[in-house]
Design a protein around this ligand. Structure first.
Ligand code: SAM
Length: 288
C-alpha cells in the first residue's frame, strides 16, 4: 500500500498534469491566468510568448487546490527576531512533502533585445542547456493572476521593501536559470502553500559580528587560522553553514519539470517542531 507521503506527491503531480493539459488546450484560459508585470513596458517587451512558456509560467505561479495538504501551521518562530515560522502539525517522515512553495510573484530574467542576435532568443527554451550568462538580462517581476490587487507591490517595494515590509525578494527561491518563485507574506491562509514561511535555523549567525563567540568556535571547528587577518566574512560563513546544516530539517525542491516548488523533509519531523531550511550564504551576505 502507498504511504501517505507518496500519495501526496503523486496527487500533486496528477493535479499539475491535469492543469497543464487543460492550459494547453485552452488558449483563452492560459492568457487570462498568465502572470503579468506591473510595468506595462515589460509586458510589451516580452511580446507574444510561445504557448509552452505561457503554460509554464501559469503553472509556476498558480496556487492549486490541495485540501489534503494540511500538515503545517504558522506561529512565532523559535528563533529570536525571525518573525513568523512554519510548524509541523503532524509527524512527517523524511522525504515527504510538507507544503508547497507559492509563486505568487515570479522573478524572470528577461534577455535584453540589444544583446540577442536573434529576436526569438528572448523567448526562453527550457530544454536549452547552453550557458546564457553572456546574454544581458533585466530581472522583472510577474504577478500571479490570483493575487488580490491590494497585495500587488510596485517594483521598488519588491526589491527594497518598505517601512512595514521586508523586500519580497527575501521570499524568493530560485527554480532554474530563468525563474525564481516568491511567496507573498500576506497570503497566509492556505497550509498547502506555506513554504515561504520556513526560516533558516542559523541565519542569525550570518548576521553576527565576525568575532562573536559562535563564529570563532565554528572557525576553530573548521580548522581556520583565527589569527589570520581578514577572516571575518569567512568565519561568519563557516559558523553559519555548520549550524544551518545541523539544524535544517527540510529543503525546497522543484518538481514536474520545474513547474512547481515543494518543501520536503530531509529528516523525520515531529508534530510541533519548527520546519527549518538553509537559505545559503549568498542570501545572508546580501543582508549584512
Ligand atoms: C522567507 S522569509 C521567512 C518567513 C518570515 N520569518 C516571516 O515572518 O514572514 C525570510 C525572512 O525571515 C527572517 N529570518 C529567517 N531566518 C532567520 C534567522 N535565523 N534569523 C533572523 N531572521 C530570520 C528574515 O527576515 C528573512 O529575510
Amino acid at each position: 500500500m502507498m504511504d501517505k507521503g507518496c500519495k501526496i506527491t503523486t496527487e500533486i503531480q496528477r493535479i499539475l498534469i491535469e492543469h497543464q493539459l487543460d492550459l494547453h488546450s485552452n488558449a483563452s484560459k492560459r492568457q487570462t491566468l498568465h502572470p503579468q508585470s506591473t510595468v506595462e513596458a515589460d509586458n510589451e517587451n516580452r511580446g507574444e510568448l510561445p504557448s509552452d512558456q505561457l503554460v509554464h509560467e501559469v503553472l509556476l505561479s498558480s496556487r492549486l487546490h490541495l485540501p489534503f495538504l494540511r500538515r503545517t501551521k504558522l506561529g512565532p518562530s523559535t528563533i529570536v527576531g525571525a518573525g513568523r515560522g512554519l510548524f509541523a502539525t503532524e509527524n512527517i517522515s523524511k522525504g515527504e512533502v510538507i507544503t508547497c512553495y507559492p509563486g505568487d510573484a515570479l522573478l524572470y530574467d528577461l534577455p535584453l533585445p540589444d544583446d540577442t542576435d536573434d529576436m526569438n532568443e528572448k523567448f526562453v527554451d527550457y530544454d536549452d542547456d547552453e550557458d546564457d550568462d553572456d546574454v544581458g538580462t533585466e530581472t522583472i517581476v510577474l504577478w500571479g493572476s490570483h493575487v488580490p490587487p491590494n497585495d500587488v507591490w510596485d517594483e521598488d517595494t519588491v526589491f527594497d521593501g518598505s517601512e512595514s515590509t521586508i523586500p519580497l525578494t527575501s521570499y524568493a527561491v530560485s527554480v532554474d536559470d530563468h525563474y525564481s518563485v516568491m511567496g507573498h507574506p500576506a497570503l497566509d491562509t492556505d497550509p498547502a502553500y506555506y513554504g515561504h514561511f520556513a526560516n533558516d535555523g542559523a541565519g542569525h549567525l550570518a548576521l553576527e559580528g565576525p568575532n562573536s563567540q559562535n563564529n570563532l568556535q565554528a572557525a576553530i571547528e573548521l580548522g581556520l587560522d583565527t589569527d589570520e587577518d581578514g577572516l571575518g566574512v569567512e568565519m561568519n560563513i563557516a559558523a553559519y553553514v555548520l549550524r544551518s546544516l545541523e539544524v535544517a530539517n527540510a529543503w525546497h525542491k522543484s518538481i514536474a519539470d520545474g513547474s512547481h516548488v515543494v518543501t520536503v523533509a530531509t529528516r523525520d519531523i515531529k508534530a510541533g517542531e519548527e520546519v527549518l531550511v538553509t537559505y545559503g550564504p549568498d542570501f545572508w551576505l546580501g543582508h549584512s
